[in-house]
Write a protein that binds this ligand. Structure first.
Ligand SMILES: N[C@@H](CCC(=O)N[C@@H](CSC=O)C(=O)NCC(=O)O)C(=O)O
Length: 281
């Protein structure tokens, strides 16, 4: 791993790294926040919250806008922000739209050419990146996962598809039922093709009935979110949870939109939710 930058923050460190991904066949950048207890003499390994960002984001949106570092420093929690897709591969159409290709990897493993060799963000965030970090940085294998929009859905599927791998999961304004909305249908048909049975393996709402672990979901949604009606479908997720007796706390917040102003307003609740499961609160 090549360290690109470091900034001291609330007694901890925000760092950016570049590394070669064997899963994605390209270089990737990510950011990590290490709390004070993970640094210096007497340092110890700390649990990690993996944050998966939304369409158009890099590793930097959350780190610069969410305001999570102060409480993460106090709790003794590391935060890792991967990028949202492979980049710079020269694939046809890779940079043509904000909701497909670069910045829009959807945290799945593509099966359709020309995406299938590189667009394997699911394997990257679930397996390759944690293995690297648990080897190279003072972080443990005690993991929580959260995210926003495309990344909120990514967090849900990472947890639902991997019983025992995460201690906690939460999401802000997730694209909760991607098989049934324009963003999801564009991504799934492009990365997976037309077979809706394949889509179901990557759709949180459709994964709920067969989930092998009933990890409680914390989901926050703003009522003035400009994407709520057309793209997000939190009610479909809540209905699936109710039918399957899967615990969910869906909190509707009057007047909040889809932006990082919304995330910053409730991030502390999510950090405490993960902190409790990770034994930090
Ligand atoms: N450009 C698009 C919408 C882009 C957008 O709103 N991206 C969100 C995530 S949306 C779902 O995954 C985001 O997090 N943007 C980055 C930020 O820092 O706010 C459009 O205008 O429609």
């Amino acid at each position: 791993m090549e360290q690109l930058a470091t900034n001291m923050c609330f007694g901890g460190e925000h760092r950016r790294y570049r590394h070669r991904s064997d899963v994605l066949y390209c270089d990737m950048e990510f950011a990590v926040f290490l709390p004070p207890v993970a640094l210096g003499s007497g340092a110890r390994q700390v649990p990690v919250l993996y944050w998966l960002s939304g369409l158009t984001c890099t590793d930097q949106n959350f780190m610069q806008k969410a305001g999570a570092q102060k409480l993460a420093a106090e709790l003794g929690m590391a935060i890792v922000c991967p990028d949202t897709s492979p980049r710079g591969l020269d694939l046809p159409g890779e940079d043509d739209s904000y909701d497909f290709g670069s910045g829009a990897g959807f945290y799945l493993n593509a099966t359709r050419e020309p995406w299938s060799r590189h667009y394997r963000m699911y394997d990257y965030v679930v397996t390759e990146l944690p293995s690297l970090l648990e080897r190279e940085l003072p972080v443990t294998d005690q993991r929580g996962v959260s995210g926003h929009s495309m990344g909120g859905h990514g967090a849900l599927i990472c947890a639902l598809k991997n019983p025992g791998r995460y201690r906690s999961v939460s999401a802000f304004a997730p694209i909760a039922n991607p098989s049934e909305c324009p963003w999801g249908q564009k991504a799934f048909s492009g990365y997976l093709g037309g077979d809706r049975e394949q889509w179901a393996e990557w759709d949180a709402t459709l994964l709920i009935p067969g989930a092998k672990e009933r990890l409680p979901l914390l989901v926050d949604q703003g009522t003035s979110d400009q994407f709520l009606e057309e793209q997000l479908a939190p009610d479909a997720l809540a209905d699936a949870c109710e039918k399957a007796h899967h615990p969910i706390e869906l909190r509707m917040h009057r007047g909040y939109d889809h932006s990082y102003f919304f995330i910053a307003s409730f991030i502390d609740d999510h950090l405490r939710h993960h902190g409790r499961a990770l034994g930090l609160v």
